[in-house]
Design a protein around this ligand. Sequence first.
Ligand code: EPZ
Length: 419
Amino acid sequence: MQKLVITGEKKINGEISVHGAKNAALPLLAACVLTNGIVTMQNCPKLSDVYASCRILTCLGCKCQRFGDTVKIDTTGISKHEVPEDLMREMRSSIVFLGAILGRMGKCRLSFPGGCELGPRPIDMHISALKQMGAEIVEEHGLLDCSVGKGLHGAKIMLSFPSVGATENIMMAAVLAKGDTIIQNVAREPEITDLANFLNMCGARITGAGGSTICISGVKELHGCDYSVMPDRIVAATYLGAAAITGGEIRLNNARPSDLEAVLPVFEEMGCRIYSYSDNIYLSCHKPLKAVKTIRTMPYPGFPTDAQSILLAVLSKAHGTSVIVENIFENRYRQVDELVRMGCDIKTEGKVAVVEGVKKLYGANVISTDLRGGIALVLAALAAEGETVVENIKLIDRGYDKIETSLSQLGANIKRISM
Ligand code: EPZ
């Protein structure tokens, strides 16, 4: 088992390039199933969830080869429509393969993704929308057996909640369907726009991505293309948090401030100075951090739930009382008990967390509870007096490529050990 050992109270200072976005790469890799050709995916992050997606593609009969940050996917040999249960269990978001396999193969068999560390992860919106497009879906013994009968057809779909995964699945089912699909109340995350841009480069006809209604006209076939994954906005927020909590300064290259319009003002409200340009962000924090009134997580363009855990740690060092309201996931405060072991003063009640800033954090032995909760522990450890050992770091590796190398490059005293 691997652990991270961090000796805190070292300022994070320096410059770093942000790797490709996990939450863009996963649907983009699934979307390759829809193309009959070769896709060259650049800036594809080296993350365990990305490797899991490539294993699913290989299992379907595609060829996946990685050359550094580029993955080459050849889907001309695709022959299967079933994703084995062990691969589905490896990664909850593998449900995003459903729409793509159904769209390309006309049938799909995969297991229910089940819940995850954040709580139940239902897929009712995915299922009901695909049924509206003509899919026949039988759910039994934890398996989804799907077929399209005479083929998927366009539909007018209203989402009850702007679900990211449901939006992605419907888009992928619609691009090869007969006729037009209109999806209303869609997710507006930048990763949705990245997926639409990729599919359009492969010959799809999608308009409206980034807004609340997406229109798709079905086409006969999609060809391959060369594409570059957008930068990871949550990893960018993480590095900004590392500089803020340690009173340092950082320059992020390959980071899009336009993806962080709800996040950057929070760092400024805390007293950080921020200069942002088209593809880089500079933050310095040479004054004690100040508490912020209230952060409410919302669907994009609101404050992202994935950055909530990061701010929970940073605000623990901010003078005053901050309030966070988590509106997206039921179970996104699981790392609070671990943060409290390090001296944080956080009280939670349902959706609400009240954070009292403290002068000092102390190193402790802590255990990651989920991907973003785990990185929150790392941020707290960077600012804590003494040594912190973080366990269960495979959860962190799902979303961060060699986090210890990146943070060491920025001045942290951090190493990965195997026990
Ligand atoms: C995506 O998850 C991201 N994952 C999550 O990032 C992110 O937190 C989330 O979007 C919200 O932005 C990937 O992109 C791989 P949702 P997803 O469908 O698609 C409910 C991370 O840390 N819901 O927008 O699963 C659901 O229970 C991860 O990188 C239904 O009720 O999120 C949740 O409460 C964590 N029925 C809410 O909607 C459905 O059919 C948002 O879920 C679908 C969703």
